[in-house]
Design a protein around this ligand. Structure first.
Ligand SMILES: [Zn+2]
Ligand SMILES: [Zn+2]
Length: 250
């Protein structure tokens, strides 16, 4: 767990960023603000073989910018001699060009990484790690991500409003990580996030074996959030903390 903050990071914290490791492969799931520094504190960044981005909100991808500079200019990256593969949602190339084009570096990200816009209908295979996607409703096109290895599965709901898609996609998963951004449901007609109680209810319906809540501000009352989620999940719930490690049973 490199970062678990919502769109503004906690003091000393980072937004969404999760390192997934299995069979010697190291994959970074989302790369929000603050994540690249956390990655460097935890691992040699040149050892990450792939980066997977759930959606194109800044708190899920903006640290690809410093990451790309490190890949382009650092002596560590030159010594490693290989580029990580970047799996990003359809349309990502154009979004990255617009952002870094603001300072005339349009191709910064696509040159630093081996960029692929994934097809959410297709499964990715990174040796024994299998990565699947499923679209979930949010403010922009967003994909839940499931990673399987040796029979164990980890499902990440990304950002989403209440929906049935994540319930079906996460069915019987070993570890489900859902956002619980809100203290109260949004009053706007178009919702985009979950409360802790909604996250717990979705996890119960999915039959998830274990639930971790993420995308939560340190300003929220953590014990209230946990008890809300445990009430609807019907079992113990964990709150994401930076540096935490979760093992998926085989
Ligand atoms: Zn979002
Ligand atoms: Zn977010």
């Amino acid at each position: 767990m490199l970062g678990k903050s919502p769109a503004w990071q906690d003091a000393g914290g980072a937004c969404s960023g999760y390192l997934v490791e299995g069979d010697g492969r190291c994959l970074l799931l989302d790369c929000g603000n603050g994540v690249f520094g956390k990655l460097r504190a935890a691992r040699d960044f040149t050892q990450v073989c792939a980066v997977v981005i759930s959606h194109l909100h800044a708190d899920h991808f903006i640290d690809l910018v410093p990451y790309a500079y490190a890949l382009a200019y650092s002596h560590q990256a030159r010594a490693a001699g290989s580029r990580p593969v970047l799996y990003a949602p359809p349309g990502a190339r154009e979004t990255f060009r617009r952002i870094t084009g603001a300072w005339d570096a349009e191709e910064l990200i696509e040159q630093a990484f081996e960029l692929h816009e994934y097809d959410p209908a297709e499964e990715l295979a990174l040796d024994s790690l299998r990565v699947r996607f499923h679209e979930v409703p949010h403010f922009i096109r967003t994909h839940a991500v499931q990673i399987r290895a040796d029979g164990g599965s980890f499902t990440y709901g990304a950002d989403c409003r209440p929906n049935d898609a994540i319930v079906a996609f996460a069915q019987d998963t070993d570890l489900l990580m859902l956002e619980a951004t809100l203290e109260q449901p949004e009053e706007a007609s178009c919702r985009g996030h979950l409360t802790p109680a909604e996250a717990g209810e979705h996890a119960r319906r999915a039959g998830a074996h274990r639930l971790v809540l993420t995308h939560m501000s340190a300003d929220h009352d953590a014990s209230w959030a946990r008890s809300e989620a445990e009430r609807t999940f019907g079992g113990p719930v964990e709150l994401a903390t930076e540096g935490a490690v979760y093992e998926i049973p085989r």
